[in-house]
Ligand binder design. Structure first.
Ligand code: NAD
Length: 373
Protein backbone atom coordinates (compact mmCIF):
# COMPACT_ATOMS: atom_id res chain seq x y z
CA UNK A 1 0.00 0.00 0.00
CA UNK A 2 1.52 3.34 -0.96
CA UNK A 3 1.10 6.53 0.98
CA UNK A 4 0.09 10.12 0.53
CA UNK A 5 3.75 11.12 0.53
CA UNK A 6 4.41 9.40 -2.80
CA UNK A 7 5.32 11.61 -5.70
CA UNK A 8 2.43 11.36 -8.15
CA UNK A 9 -0.57 9.88 -6.40
CA UNK A 10 -3.13 11.42 -8.75
CA UNK A 11 -1.70 9.44 -11.64
CA UNK A 12 -2.69 6.08 -10.22
CA UNK A 13 -4.12 6.31 -6.72
CA UNK A 14 -3.70 3.34 -4.43
CA UNK A 15 -5.71 0.82 -2.43
CA UNK A 16 -7.16 3.56 -0.24
CA UNK A 17 -8.26 6.08 -2.84
CA UNK A 18 -8.98 8.64 -4.02
CA UNK A 19 -12.62 7.75 -4.66
CA UNK A 20 -13.45 10.99 -6.44
CA UNK A 21 -11.64 14.04 -7.73
CA UNK A 22 -14.06 16.77 -8.74
CA UNK A 23 -13.15 20.03 -10.47
CA UNK A 24 -15.69 22.79 -9.90
CA UNK A 25 -16.05 25.95 -11.93
CA UNK A 26 -18.69 28.69 -11.78
CA UNK A 27 -17.37 31.43 -14.08
CA UNK A 28 -20.01 34.04 -13.23
CA UNK A 29 -18.62 34.38 -9.68
CA UNK A 30 -15.04 33.34 -10.45
CA UNK A 31 -15.26 30.04 -8.57
CA UNK A 32 -12.51 27.54 -9.28
CA UNK A 33 -12.27 24.72 -6.78
CA UNK A 34 -11.28 21.09 -6.42
CA UNK A 35 -12.72 18.44 -4.11
CA UNK A 36 -10.88 15.19 -3.43
CA UNK A 37 -12.93 12.54 -1.63
CA UNK A 38 -10.23 10.08 -0.75
CA UNK A 39 -11.86 7.29 1.26
CA UNK A 40 -15.33 6.86 2.77
CA UNK A 41 -15.01 3.36 4.24
CA UNK A 42 -15.57 4.63 7.78
CA UNK A 43 -18.40 6.98 6.81
CA UNK A 44 -18.98 10.35 5.11
CA UNK A 45 -15.66 12.09 4.69
CA UNK A 46 -14.80 15.15 6.76
CA UNK A 47 -12.09 17.50 5.52
CA UNK A 48 -11.38 21.20 5.48
CA UNK A 49 -11.91 23.74 2.72
CA UNK A 50 -8.69 25.66 2.03
CA UNK A 51 -8.74 29.01 0.26
CA UNK A 52 -5.45 30.25 -1.18
CA UNK A 53 -4.29 31.63 -4.52
CA UNK A 54 -1.73 28.89 -5.11
CA UNK A 55 -3.48 25.64 -4.21
CA UNK A 56 -3.33 22.60 -6.50
CA UNK A 57 -4.91 19.21 -7.14
CA UNK A 58 -1.86 17.43 -5.76
CA UNK A 59 -1.92 19.51 -2.57
CA UNK A 60 -5.65 18.79 -2.26
CA UNK A 61 -5.10 15.05 -2.66
CA UNK A 62 -2.23 14.94 -0.17
CA UNK A 63 -4.36 16.81 2.35
CA UNK A 64 -7.33 14.51 1.69
CA UNK A 65 -5.13 11.47 2.30
CA UNK A 66 -3.85 13.03 5.51
CA UNK A 67 -7.51 13.32 6.57
CA UNK A 68 -8.17 9.65 5.73
CA UNK A 69 -5.25 8.64 7.93
CA UNK A 70 -6.12 11.12 10.66
CA UNK A 71 -9.78 10.15 10.87
CA UNK A 72 -8.99 6.43 10.85
CA UNK A 73 -6.25 6.76 13.47
CA UNK A 74 -8.60 8.78 15.65
CA UNK A 75 -11.29 6.10 15.40
CA UNK A 76 -13.86 8.46 13.86
CA UNK A 77 -16.84 7.26 11.84
CA UNK A 78 -15.66 9.45 8.99
CA UNK A 79 -13.50 9.03 5.94
CA UNK A 80 -11.08 11.60 4.56
CA UNK A 81 -11.53 14.38 1.98
CA UNK A 82 -10.38 17.91 1.30
CA UNK A 83 -11.31 20.82 -0.91
CA UNK A 84 -9.43 23.82 -2.19
CA UNK A 85 -10.78 27.09 -3.55
CA UNK A 86 -8.47 29.24 -5.68
CA UNK A 87 -8.59 32.77 -4.28
CA UNK A 88 -7.16 35.33 -1.91
CA UNK A 89 -8.69 34.66 1.52
CA UNK A 90 -8.31 38.36 2.32
CA UNK A 91 -10.78 39.41 -0.42
CA UNK A 92 -13.71 41.68 0.61
CA UNK A 93 -16.23 39.83 2.77
CA UNK A 94 -19.16 40.22 0.36
CA UNK A 95 -17.12 38.70 -2.46
CA UNK A 96 -15.89 35.89 -0.23
CA UNK A 97 -19.43 35.09 0.89
CA UNK A 98 -20.57 34.89 -2.72
CA UNK A 99 -17.68 32.59 -3.60
CA UNK A 100 -18.20 30.30 -0.60
CA UNK A 101 -21.96 30.12 -1.25
CA UNK A 102 -21.28 29.23 -4.89
CA UNK A 103 -18.84 26.57 -3.69
CA UNK A 104 -21.49 25.18 -1.32
CA UNK A 105 -24.02 24.96 -4.15
CA UNK A 106 -21.47 23.20 -6.34
CA UNK A 107 -20.67 20.54 -3.71
CA UNK A 108 -24.34 19.90 -2.85
CA UNK A 109 -24.44 16.66 -4.92
CA UNK A 110 -21.27 15.34 -3.24
CA UNK A 111 -23.20 13.92 -0.33
CA UNK A 112 -20.31 11.90 1.07
CA UNK A 113 -18.30 15.08 1.65
CA UNK A 114 -18.68 17.23 4.79
CA UNK A 115 -16.56 20.40 4.60
CA UNK A 116 -14.95 22.14 7.58
CA UNK A 117 -12.75 25.19 8.11
CA UNK A 118 -9.12 25.24 6.99
CA UNK A 119 -6.56 27.89 6.05
CA UNK A 120 -8.42 30.82 4.53
CA UNK A 121 -11.88 29.75 5.75
CA UNK A 122 -13.49 29.90 9.18
CA UNK A 123 -16.67 29.31 11.22
CA UNK A 124 -18.53 32.06 9.37
CA UNK A 125 -17.68 30.46 6.03
CA UNK A 126 -18.96 27.11 7.34
CA UNK A 127 -22.12 28.91 8.50
CA UNK A 128 -22.67 30.08 4.88
CA UNK A 129 -22.11 26.54 3.59
CA UNK A 130 -24.53 25.16 6.15
CA UNK A 131 -27.11 27.75 5.20
CA UNK A 132 -26.86 26.68 1.54
CA UNK A 133 -26.76 22.88 1.85
CA UNK A 134 -27.19 21.97 5.55
CA UNK A 135 -23.90 20.08 5.59
CA UNK A 136 -20.67 21.37 7.21
CA UNK A 137 -18.78 21.22 10.49
CA UNK A 138 -16.88 23.78 12.53
CA UNK A 139 -20.01 25.94 12.73
CA UNK A 140 -20.45 29.13 14.78
CA UNK A 141 -21.55 28.45 18.38
CA UNK A 142 -24.83 30.33 17.76
CA UNK A 143 -26.04 27.54 15.47
CA UNK A 144 -24.87 24.66 17.62
CA UNK A 145 -21.27 24.51 16.50
CA UNK A 146 -18.11 23.93 18.45
CA UNK A 147 -16.04 26.80 17.00
CA UNK A 148 -12.87 24.78 16.43
CA UNK A 149 -10.54 27.68 15.81
CA UNK A 150 -11.90 29.92 18.57
CA UNK A 151 -11.48 27.23 21.23
CA UNK A 152 -8.16 26.10 19.78
CA UNK A 153 -9.12 22.45 19.32
CA UNK A 154 -6.13 21.65 17.12
CA UNK A 155 -3.66 23.68 19.17
CA UNK A 156 -4.85 21.88 22.30
CA UNK A 157 -4.11 18.54 20.65
CA UNK A 158 -0.71 19.69 19.35
CA UNK A 159 0.23 20.71 22.90
CA UNK A 160 -0.92 17.29 24.22
CA UNK A 161 1.15 15.56 21.52
CA UNK A 162 4.18 17.66 22.51
CA UNK A 163 3.68 16.78 26.16
CA UNK A 164 3.49 13.03 25.49
CA UNK A 165 6.36 13.14 22.97
CA UNK A 166 8.72 15.25 25.09
CA UNK A 167 10.16 12.38 27.18
CA UNK A 168 10.74 10.32 24.01
CA UNK A 169 12.99 13.17 22.83
CA UNK A 170 14.65 13.73 26.20
CA UNK A 171 12.90 17.08 26.58
CA UNK A 172 11.22 18.42 29.71
CA UNK A 173 8.23 20.60 28.89
CA UNK A 174 8.96 22.80 31.91
CA UNK A 175 11.15 25.54 30.46
CA UNK A 176 11.22 23.95 26.98
CA UNK A 177 12.01 26.44 24.19
CA UNK A 178 9.41 26.35 21.42
CA UNK A 179 9.55 27.71 17.87
CA UNK A 180 6.37 28.03 15.83
CA UNK A 181 6.09 28.49 12.07
CA UNK A 182 2.64 30.06 11.66
CA UNK A 183 0.67 32.10 14.16
CA UNK A 184 -2.84 31.43 12.91
CA UNK A 185 -5.62 29.35 14.42
CA UNK A 186 -3.31 26.43 15.13
CA UNK A 187 -0.12 28.31 16.01
CA UNK A 188 -1.56 30.87 18.40
CA UNK A 189 -3.48 28.33 20.48
CA UNK A 190 -0.59 25.88 20.47
CA UNK A 191 1.60 28.64 21.91
CA UNK A 192 -0.91 29.37 24.66
CA UNK A 193 -1.52 25.74 25.65
CA UNK A 194 2.22 25.00 25.68
CA UNK A 195 2.92 28.07 27.80
CA UNK A 196 0.33 26.79 30.29
CA UNK A 197 2.37 23.59 30.45
CA UNK A 198 5.54 25.52 31.31
CA UNK A 199 7.12 25.95 27.86
CA UNK A 200 8.45 29.23 26.46
CA UNK A 201 7.96 30.56 22.92
CA UNK A 202 11.34 31.72 21.57
CA UNK A 203 10.60 32.10 17.86
CA UNK A 204 7.59 32.60 15.61
CA UNK A 205 6.86 33.33 11.95
CA UNK A 206 3.87 34.32 9.91
CA UNK A 207 3.68 34.83 6.18
CA UNK A 208 5.23 38.30 6.42
CA UNK A 209 8.25 37.57 8.59
CA UNK A 210 9.67 36.08 11.78
CA UNK A 211 10.99 37.12 15.17
CA UNK A 212 13.06 35.39 17.83
CA UNK A 213 13.92 36.12 21.46
CA UNK A 214 15.69 33.49 23.57
CA UNK A 215 14.25 35.16 26.68
CA UNK A 216 10.72 34.34 25.49
CA UNK A 217 8.11 36.11 23.38
CA UNK A 218 4.94 37.60 24.88
CA UNK A 219 2.14 35.58 23.29
CA UNK A 220 -0.56 38.12 24.16
CA UNK A 221 1.48 40.92 22.55
CA UNK A 222 1.84 38.77 19.42
CA UNK A 223 -1.90 38.09 19.45
CA UNK A 224 -2.59 41.83 19.66
CA UNK A 225 -0.36 42.45 16.63
CA UNK A 226 -2.22 39.79 14.71
CA UNK A 227 -5.59 41.23 15.71
CA UNK A 228 -4.45 44.64 14.48
CA UNK A 229 -3.67 43.10 11.10
CA UNK A 230 0.10 43.35 11.66
CA UNK A 231 2.85 40.76 11.32
CA UNK A 232 4.63 39.06 14.23
CA UNK A 233 7.77 40.60 12.69
CA UNK A 234 6.54 43.95 14.08
CA UNK A 235 7.02 42.66 17.64
CA UNK A 236 8.87 45.47 19.46
CA UNK A 237 11.60 43.35 21.06
CA UNK A 238 13.71 40.40 19.98
CA UNK A 239 15.41 39.96 16.63
CA UNK A 240 13.60 40.03 13.31
CA UNK A 241 14.65 37.38 10.80
CA UNK A 242 13.54 35.94 7.50
CA UNK A 243 10.94 33.15 7.36
CA UNK A 244 13.53 30.73 6.03
CA UNK A 245 15.90 31.44 8.93
CA UNK A 246 13.30 30.35 11.50
CA UNK A 247 14.24 26.74 10.86
CA UNK A 248 17.68 27.29 12.43
CA UNK A 249 16.55 29.03 15.64
CA UNK A 250 17.91 26.97 18.58
CA UNK A 251 15.04 25.38 20.51
CA UNK A 252 13.79 22.13 22.03
CA UNK A 253 10.53 21.85 20.07
CA UNK A 254 10.02 23.09 16.49
CA UNK A 255 6.40 23.22 15.36
CA UNK A 256 5.33 23.77 11.75
CA UNK A 257 1.83 25.30 11.79
CA UNK A 258 1.52 26.87 8.33
CA UNK A 259 1.96 25.48 4.81
CA UNK A 260 3.00 22.07 3.38
CA UNK A 261 6.66 21.04 3.00
CA UNK A 262 8.05 23.41 5.61
CA UNK A 263 10.84 20.92 6.33
CA UNK A 264 12.50 19.56 3.22
CA UNK A 265 15.75 17.99 2.09
CA UNK A 266 17.19 21.42 1.39
CA UNK A 267 16.58 22.96 4.83
CA UNK A 268 16.10 20.18 7.41
CA UNK A 269 19.82 20.00 8.23
CA UNK A 270 19.55 23.53 9.63
CA UNK A 271 17.12 22.39 12.38
CA UNK A 272 18.49 22.89 15.87
CA UNK A 273 15.95 21.07 18.04
CA UNK A 274 15.16 17.66 19.56
CA UNK A 275 11.47 17.35 18.82
CA UNK A 276 9.24 18.31 15.88
CA UNK A 277 5.47 18.23 16.39
CA UNK A 278 3.58 18.62 13.12
CA UNK A 279 0.78 21.11 13.65
CA UNK A 280 0.35 21.81 9.93
CA UNK A 281 -0.78 19.23 7.40
CA UNK A 282 1.95 17.49 5.35
CA UNK A 283 4.63 19.92 6.57
CA UNK A 284 7.54 17.45 6.34
CA UNK A 285 8.76 15.62 3.22
CA UNK A 286 9.83 11.97 3.33
CA UNK A 287 13.43 13.01 2.85
CA UNK A 288 13.24 15.34 5.83
CA UNK A 289 11.58 12.63 7.97
CA UNK A 290 14.39 10.24 7.12
CA UNK A 291 17.03 12.87 7.96
CA UNK A 292 15.45 13.61 11.35
CA UNK A 293 15.23 9.92 12.16
CA UNK A 294 18.91 9.45 11.41
CA UNK A 295 19.80 12.47 13.54
CA UNK A 296 17.65 11.29 16.48
CA UNK A 297 15.15 14.15 16.20
CA UNK A 298 11.74 12.82 17.22
CA UNK A 299 9.01 13.86 14.76
CA UNK A 300 5.31 13.42 15.57
CA UNK A 301 3.40 13.01 12.27
CA UNK A 302 0.70 15.48 11.28
CA UNK A 303 -2.18 13.00 11.24
CA UNK A 304 -1.38 12.07 14.85
CA UNK A 305 -0.54 15.49 16.29
CA UNK A 306 -3.06 17.79 14.63
CA UNK A 307 -6.20 15.64 14.79
CA UNK A 308 -7.77 17.87 17.46
CA UNK A 309 -9.80 19.92 15.00
CA UNK A 310 -11.39 17.01 13.22
CA UNK A 311 -12.04 15.16 16.49
CA UNK A 312 -13.94 18.23 17.73
CA UNK A 313 -15.72 18.43 14.36
CA UNK A 314 -16.85 14.81 14.66
CA UNK A 315 -18.07 15.45 18.22
CA UNK A 316 -20.02 18.46 16.90
CA UNK A 317 -21.50 16.39 14.05
CA UNK A 318 -22.74 13.89 16.66
CA UNK A 319 -24.35 16.72 18.66
CA UNK A 320 -21.67 16.79 21.40
CA UNK A 321 -20.34 19.80 23.31
CA UNK A 322 -16.98 21.50 23.88
CA UNK A 323 -16.05 19.61 27.06
CA UNK A 324 -16.68 16.28 25.31
CA UNK A 325 -14.49 17.47 22.44
CA UNK A 326 -11.56 18.40 24.70
CA UNK A 327 -11.77 15.07 26.55
CA UNK A 328 -11.85 13.17 23.24
CA UNK A 329 -8.85 15.12 21.92
CA UNK A 330 -6.82 14.46 25.04
CA UNK A 331 -7.59 10.75 24.95
CA UNK A 332 -7.17 10.19 21.21
CA UNK A 333 -4.25 12.49 20.36
CA UNK A 334 -2.41 11.63 23.57
CA UNK A 335 -3.00 7.89 23.14
CA UNK A 336 -2.04 7.85 19.46
CA UNK A 337 1.12 9.86 20.07
CA UNK A 338 2.23 7.41 22.74
CA UNK A 339 1.39 4.28 20.69
CA UNK A 340 3.12 5.70 17.60
CA UNK A 341 6.30 6.69 19.40
CA UNK A 342 6.46 3.41 21.33
CA UNK A 343 6.04 1.45 18.10
CA UNK A 344 8.73 3.58 16.42
CA UNK A 345 11.10 3.08 19.34
CA UNK A 346 10.52 -0.67 19.64
CA UNK A 347 10.82 -1.34 15.90
CA UNK A 348 13.57 1.26 15.41
CA UNK A 349 11.64 2.92 12.59
CA UNK A 350 10.75 6.57 11.94
CA UNK A 351 7.54 7.69 13.71
CA UNK A 352 6.00 8.49 10.33
CA UNK A 353 6.26 4.80 9.39
CA UNK A 354 4.95 3.70 12.78
CA UNK A 355 2.01 6.10 12.44
CA UNK A 356 1.29 5.01 8.88
CA UNK A 357 1.26 1.35 9.85
CA UNK A 358 -1.11 2.15 12.73
CA UNK A 359 -3.43 4.07 10.38
CA UNK A 360 -3.34 1.53 7.55
CA UNK A 361 -3.94 -1.40 9.94
CA UNK A 362 -7.08 0.37 11.12
CA UNK A 363 -8.14 1.35 7.60
CA UNK A 364 -7.75 -2.17 6.30
CA UNK A 365 -9.98 -3.43 9.11
CA UNK A 366 -12.56 -0.74 8.30
CA UNK A 367 -12.43 -1.55 4.58
CA UNK A 368 -12.96 -5.26 5.27
CA UNK A 369 -16.36 -4.32 6.69
CA UNK A 370 -17.50 -2.92 3.34
CA UNK A 371 -19.55 -4.74 0.76
CA UNK A 372 -17.81 -3.07 -2.21
CA UNK A 373 -14.08 -2.85 -1.65
P1 NAD B 1 -4.39 30.09 9.50
O1 NAD B 1 -4.69 30.60 8.15
O2 NAD B 1 -5.24 30.49 10.64
O3 NAD B 1 -2.88 30.47 9.89
C1 NAD B 1 -1.79 30.17 9.08
C2 NAD B 1 -0.58 30.89 9.61
O4 NAD B 1 0.55 30.52 8.84
C3 NAD B 1 -0.67 32.41 9.52
O5 NAD B 1 -0.02 32.99 10.66
C4 NAD B 1 0.11 32.72 8.26
O6 NAD B 1 0.61 34.06 8.22
C5 NAD B 1 1.22 31.70 8.40
N1 NAD B 1 1.93 31.39 7.18
C6 NAD B 1 1.42 31.15 5.93
N2 NAD B 1 2.43 30.93 5.06
C7 NAD B 1 3.57 31.01 5.78
C8 NAD B 1 4.94 30.89 5.45
N3 NAD B 1 5.31 30.63 4.20
N4 NAD B 1 5.86 31.03 6.44
C9 NAD B 1 5.49 31.30 7.71
N5 NAD B 1 4.20 31.42 8.08
C10 NAD B 1 3.27 31.30 7.12
O7 NAD B 1 -4.32 28.50 9.34
P2 NAD B 1 -4.45 27.41 10.48
O8 NAD B 1 -5.87 27.02 10.60
O9 NAD B 1 -3.69 27.84 11.67
O10 NAD B 1 -3.73 26.17 9.78
C11 NAD B 1 -2.31 26.05 9.77
C12 NAD B 1 -1.94 24.65 9.31
O11 NAD B 1 -2.49 23.70 10.20
C13 NAD B 1 -2.43 24.24 7.93
O12 NAD B 1 -1.50 23.34 7.38
C14 NAD B 1 -3.71 23.50 8.22
O13 NAD B 1 -4.06 22.62 7.20
C15 NAD B 1 -3.31 22.78 9.47
N6 NAD B 1 -4.40 22.35 10.31
C16 NAD B 1 -5.33 23.23 10.75
C17 NAD B 1 -6.35 22.77 11.59
C18 NAD B 1 -7.35 23.73 12.20
O14 NAD B 1 -8.11 23.26 13.04
N7 NAD B 1 -7.35 25.00 11.88
C19 NAD B 1 -6.44 21.41 11.91
C20 NAD B 1 -5.45 20.55 11.44
C21 NAD B 1 -4.44 21.02 10.63
Amino acid sequence: MSTYRDSDPLAFGDDLGPEKIVYLRTPSVGLRAIVVIDNTAAGPAIGGTRMAPDVSAIECFRLARAMTLKNATSGLRHGGAKSVIFGDPGMPTAQKEQLIRAFATAIAPLETYIPGPDMGTDETAMGWVHDEIGRSVGLPAEIGGIPLDQIGATGFGVAIAAEIAAPFAGVSLEGARVVLQGFGAVGEHTARFLEEKGARLVGVADIAGAVTDPEGLDIEALARLKKAGKSVAEYPRGRVLSNESLVAVPCDIWIPAARPDALRGDNVARLNCRLVVQGANVPVTREAERFMFERGIVSVPDFIANAGGVIAAAVEYDGGVKSTAFAAIEEKVGGNTRVTLERARDLKIPPIDAGLSLATDRLQKIMQLRRWR
